[in-house]
Design a protein around this ligand. Sequence first.
Ligand SMILES: C[S@@+](CC[C@H](N)C(=O)[O-])C[C@H]1O[C@@H](n2cnc3c(N)ncnc32)[C@H](O)[C@@H]1O
Length: 224
Amino acid sequence: MRGAGAGKVRVKSAKGRTAQSTRWLERQLNDPYVRRAKAEGWRSRAAFKLIELDEKFHFVKGSRAVVDLGVAPGGWAQVVRKLSPKAKVVGIDLLPTDPIHGVTLFQMDFMDDKAPALLTETLGDAPDLVISDMAANTVGHAQTDHLRTMGLVEAAAWFAVENLRKGGTFVAKVFAGGTDADLLAILKKHFTTIKHAKPPASRKGSVEWYVVAQGFKGRPEEQG
Ligand SMILES: C[S@@+](CC[C@H](N)C(=O)[O-])C[C@H]1O[C@@H](n2cnc3c(N)ncnc32)[C@H](O)[C@@H]1O
């Protein structure tokens, strides 16, 4: 590895390293968000996506009970605890997550039938915020990847609709083309405002977007 030009780090290809991983490493080393995350103690550059979404839509501060779907390595959960230090937070991920003060963590598949009840019972209160940064592992076939991730997003949306407190917010990563028709219909029925955003920290070349659904109208028993 050596410095190049205006502070840009170049990574020499190395034995055993594929061209793809060399490019990944080079991008990481030159990414200002990666550097900032390291300097500021965030576990992921993704933390900035939530910070930027919150600057625009104001849903984290003041939240009291939060469910974080796809929590690992924990950047979003850190942001929630920083902006809302008293919030109870429950997170779930297929991968292990190092402990975070004030956050209960489960290493488990959110699609497991037992996961939703485990999350809500652990939280104790109805969540006022459900955030999902889950994405399916890509297989390289665009349509398959899109469908698998949309399946996760839809499950997250149903979880939000069945559990949120009235007035609550649901935020989820979606993919290019935004939210598909089925999901949009669910959200429109249950939330007063639905916005799509691509925060500056989301890489320009990536197909990810976020949907922010606010003003949950309430579970059927709360309406009327
Ligand atoms: C982009 S990362 C989340 C980053 C996190 N928001 C942060 O700030 O650190 C997406 C996560 O979703 C998780 N994930 C994907 N499918 C999942 C599933 N079915 N159940 C639980 N977690 C899942 C992945 O393991 C991965 O850690």
